[in-house]
Write a protein that binds this ligand. Structure first.
Ligand SMILES: [Zn+2]
Length: 214
Protein backbone atom coordinates (compact mmCIF):
# COMPACT_ATOMS: atom_id res chain seq x y z
CA UNK A 1 0.00 0.00 0.00
CA UNK A 2 2.93 2.27 0.74
CA UNK A 3 4.28 1.62 -2.74
CA UNK A 4 0.89 2.63 -4.09
CA UNK A 5 1.33 5.95 -2.33
CA UNK A 6 -0.92 5.37 0.72
CA UNK A 7 0.16 7.10 3.89
CA UNK A 8 0.56 5.54 7.33
CA UNK A 9 -2.91 6.53 8.49
CA UNK A 10 -4.59 5.05 5.43
CA UNK A 11 -2.68 1.80 5.83
CA UNK A 12 -3.52 1.54 9.54
CA UNK A 13 -7.18 2.21 8.85
CA UNK A 14 -7.19 -0.48 6.15
CA UNK A 15 -6.03 -3.13 8.58
CA UNK A 16 -7.68 -1.84 11.75
CA UNK A 17 -11.23 -0.64 11.27
CA UNK A 18 -12.69 1.56 14.02
CA UNK A 19 -9.22 2.81 14.87
CA UNK A 20 -8.82 6.52 15.62
CA UNK A 21 -5.57 8.37 15.25
CA UNK A 22 -4.96 11.19 17.68
CA UNK A 23 -2.08 13.34 18.80
CA UNK A 24 -0.70 12.08 22.11
CA UNK A 25 -1.26 14.78 24.72
CA UNK A 26 1.80 15.12 26.87
CA UNK A 27 2.16 17.73 29.62
CA UNK A 28 3.62 20.96 28.31
CA UNK A 29 4.21 24.45 29.58
CA UNK A 30 0.75 25.46 28.35
CA UNK A 31 -1.02 22.38 29.71
CA UNK A 32 1.01 21.44 32.80
CA UNK A 33 -1.86 19.40 34.27
CA UNK A 34 -2.54 17.37 31.13
CA UNK A 35 -3.70 13.88 32.13
CA UNK A 36 -4.36 14.80 35.76
CA UNK A 37 -7.79 14.04 37.16
CA UNK A 38 -9.01 16.24 39.98
CA UNK A 39 -12.31 16.20 41.86
CA UNK A 40 -13.35 19.51 43.41
CA UNK A 41 -15.74 19.36 46.32
CA UNK A 42 -17.28 22.64 47.47
CA UNK A 43 -18.42 21.94 51.03
CA UNK A 44 -22.11 21.99 52.05
CA UNK A 45 -24.90 23.32 49.77
CA UNK A 46 -28.68 23.39 49.66
CA UNK A 47 -31.18 24.33 52.32
CA UNK A 48 -30.54 22.08 55.32
CA UNK A 49 -26.81 22.34 55.19
CA UNK A 50 -24.53 22.79 58.17
CA UNK A 51 -22.35 25.52 56.78
CA UNK A 52 -21.06 28.41 58.85
CA UNK A 53 -22.62 31.85 58.59
CA UNK A 54 -20.31 34.84 59.09
CA UNK A 55 -21.01 37.73 61.51
CA UNK A 56 -22.61 39.79 58.74
CA UNK A 57 -24.39 36.90 57.10
CA UNK A 58 -21.95 35.57 54.49
CA UNK A 59 -22.67 31.89 53.84
CA UNK A 60 -19.79 29.43 53.80
CA UNK A 61 -21.54 27.24 51.20
CA UNK A 62 -21.64 30.15 48.71
CA UNK A 63 -17.97 31.07 49.16
CA UNK A 64 -16.94 27.42 48.81
CA UNK A 65 -18.89 27.13 45.56
CA UNK A 66 -17.58 30.35 44.06
CA UNK A 67 -13.95 29.43 44.75
CA UNK A 68 -14.48 25.91 43.46
CA UNK A 69 -16.12 27.01 40.18
CA UNK A 70 -13.27 29.40 39.45
CA UNK A 71 -10.68 26.81 40.42
CA UNK A 72 -12.32 24.28 38.08
CA UNK A 73 -11.92 26.68 35.17
CA UNK A 74 -8.27 27.41 35.99
CA UNK A 75 -7.43 23.72 36.28
CA UNK A 76 -9.22 22.88 33.01
CA UNK A 77 -7.29 25.65 31.27
CA UNK A 78 -4.13 24.00 32.58
CA UNK A 79 -5.17 20.71 30.96
CA UNK A 80 -6.65 18.82 33.93
CA UNK A 81 -9.81 16.72 33.79
CA UNK A 82 -11.99 18.20 36.53
CA UNK A 83 -15.07 16.72 38.17
CA UNK A 84 -17.18 18.70 40.63
CA UNK A 85 -19.38 17.26 43.37
CA UNK A 86 -21.73 20.22 42.92
CA UNK A 87 -21.88 23.26 40.62
CA UNK A 88 -24.87 24.94 42.23
CA UNK A 89 -26.48 25.51 45.62
CA UNK A 90 -27.82 21.99 46.13
CA UNK A 91 -27.54 19.39 48.86
CA UNK A 92 -25.22 16.52 47.94
CA UNK A 93 -24.79 13.79 50.59
CA UNK A 94 -21.22 12.91 51.53
CA UNK A 95 -21.78 9.33 50.35
CA UNK A 96 -22.60 10.60 46.86
CA UNK A 97 -19.50 12.82 46.80
CA UNK A 98 -17.48 9.80 47.86
CA UNK A 99 -19.01 7.54 45.19
CA UNK A 100 -18.17 10.02 42.45
CA UNK A 101 -14.56 10.11 43.62
CA UNK A 102 -14.25 6.35 43.85
CA UNK A 103 -15.67 6.00 40.34
CA UNK A 104 -13.32 8.47 38.62
CA UNK A 105 -10.26 7.68 40.80
CA UNK A 106 -8.72 11.15 40.73
CA UNK A 107 -5.11 12.09 41.44
CA UNK A 108 -6.54 14.43 44.07
CA UNK A 109 -9.91 15.06 45.68
CA UNK A 110 -10.01 18.60 47.07
CA UNK A 111 -12.70 19.74 49.50
CA UNK A 112 -13.08 23.50 49.86
CA UNK A 113 -14.36 24.94 53.17
CA UNK A 114 -14.22 28.05 55.35
CA UNK A 115 -13.35 27.65 58.99
CA UNK A 116 -15.18 28.72 62.15
CA UNK A 117 -14.34 29.29 65.78
CA UNK A 118 -15.99 30.85 68.83
CA UNK A 119 -13.16 33.36 69.18
CA UNK A 120 -13.62 35.81 66.27
CA UNK A 121 -9.92 36.79 66.34
CA UNK A 122 -8.75 33.43 65.06
CA UNK A 123 -7.70 33.62 61.39
CA UNK A 124 -5.74 31.82 58.70
CA UNK A 125 -5.65 28.62 56.66
CA UNK A 126 -5.67 24.97 57.72
CA UNK A 127 -5.48 21.83 55.62
CA UNK A 128 -6.48 18.34 56.69
CA UNK A 129 -5.53 14.97 55.23
CA UNK A 130 -5.79 11.32 56.19
CA UNK A 131 -2.94 9.93 58.27
CA UNK A 132 -0.05 8.57 56.24
CA UNK A 133 -1.16 10.17 52.98
CA UNK A 134 2.18 11.67 51.95
CA UNK A 135 0.98 13.00 48.58
CA UNK A 136 -1.81 14.97 50.24
CA UNK A 137 0.57 16.28 52.86
CA UNK A 138 3.00 17.44 50.19
CA UNK A 139 0.25 19.11 48.17
CA UNK A 140 -1.10 20.76 51.33
CA UNK A 141 2.32 22.31 51.94
CA UNK A 142 2.34 23.90 48.48
CA UNK A 143 -1.20 25.23 48.93
CA UNK A 144 -0.57 26.76 52.37
CA UNK A 145 2.58 28.37 51.03
CA UNK A 146 0.70 29.94 48.08
CA UNK A 147 -2.21 31.13 50.24
CA UNK A 148 0.28 32.76 52.56
CA UNK A 149 2.50 34.26 49.83
CA UNK A 150 -0.21 35.67 47.62
CA UNK A 151 -2.98 36.48 50.12
CA UNK A 152 -1.23 36.77 53.46
CA UNK A 153 -3.38 34.02 54.99
CA UNK A 154 -1.63 32.78 58.12
CA UNK A 155 -0.35 29.21 57.87
CA UNK A 156 -2.09 27.52 60.78
CA UNK A 157 -0.85 24.14 59.75
CA UNK A 158 -1.49 20.77 58.20
CA UNK A 159 -3.22 18.14 60.31
CA UNK A 160 -4.43 14.56 60.25
CA UNK A 161 -8.16 14.11 60.52
CA UNK A 162 -10.66 11.30 60.33
CA UNK A 163 -13.40 13.10 58.38
CA UNK A 164 -15.73 10.87 56.35
CA UNK A 165 -14.35 11.91 52.94
CA UNK A 166 -10.71 11.73 54.03
CA UNK A 167 -11.33 8.20 55.22
CA UNK A 168 -13.72 6.84 52.57
CA UNK A 169 -12.38 8.32 49.32
CA UNK A 170 -9.82 5.87 47.97
CA UNK A 171 -7.60 8.57 46.49
CA UNK A 172 -5.50 11.33 47.99
CA UNK A 173 -7.83 13.81 49.65
CA UNK A 174 -7.22 17.22 51.13
CA UNK A 175 -9.74 19.28 53.05
CA UNK A 176 -8.85 22.95 52.71
CA UNK A 177 -10.14 25.46 55.27
CA UNK A 178 -9.21 28.62 53.36
CA UNK A 179 -9.93 31.23 56.05
CA UNK A 180 -12.14 31.89 59.08
CA UNK A 181 -15.56 33.12 58.09
CA UNK A 182 -16.19 33.79 61.80
CA UNK A 183 -13.40 36.40 61.76
CA UNK A 184 -14.96 39.74 60.64
CA UNK A 185 -11.86 40.75 58.64
CA UNK A 186 -11.63 37.43 56.86
CA UNK A 187 -15.39 37.38 56.27
CA UNK A 188 -15.04 40.73 54.52
CA UNK A 189 -12.23 39.39 52.33
CA UNK A 190 -14.12 36.20 51.53
CA UNK A 191 -17.10 38.23 50.37
CA UNK A 192 -14.94 39.97 47.74
CA UNK A 193 -15.12 38.25 44.36
CA UNK A 194 -11.60 39.34 43.51
CA UNK A 195 -10.32 37.71 46.70
CA UNK A 196 -12.25 34.52 45.88
CA UNK A 197 -10.60 34.49 42.46
CA UNK A 198 -7.17 34.99 44.02
CA UNK A 199 -7.80 32.05 46.34
CA UNK A 200 -8.67 29.90 43.32
CA UNK A 201 -5.50 31.10 41.57
CA UNK A 202 -3.34 30.38 44.62
CA UNK A 203 -4.71 26.83 44.89
CA UNK A 204 -4.23 26.23 41.15
CA UNK A 205 -0.66 27.52 41.37
CA UNK A 206 0.04 25.32 44.38
CA UNK A 207 -1.17 22.26 42.46
CA UNK A 208 1.08 23.14 39.51
CA UNK A 209 4.04 23.64 41.81
CA UNK A 210 3.35 20.23 43.36
CA UNK A 211 3.68 18.77 39.85
CA UNK A 212 6.94 20.63 39.30
CA UNK A 213 5.76 23.60 37.26
CA UNK A 214 6.44 27.12 38.41
ZN1 LIG B 1 -17.43 23.64 56.01
Amino acid sequence: MAREGKNAEEILKYYFTEVQIKEFDRPSINKPLQGKIIVLDPGHGGVNTEDTIGPTGLREKDVNLSISLQLAELLRNAGAIVYETRTEDVYVPLSKRCNLANKVRPHFFISIHQNNFLNPNISGSEIYHYRGDKESEALANFLLEELWNTLGLIKRGIRNADFYLLREVKSSVIHVEVAFITNPKEEEKLRDEKFQHQVAKAIAKGIMKYYGYE
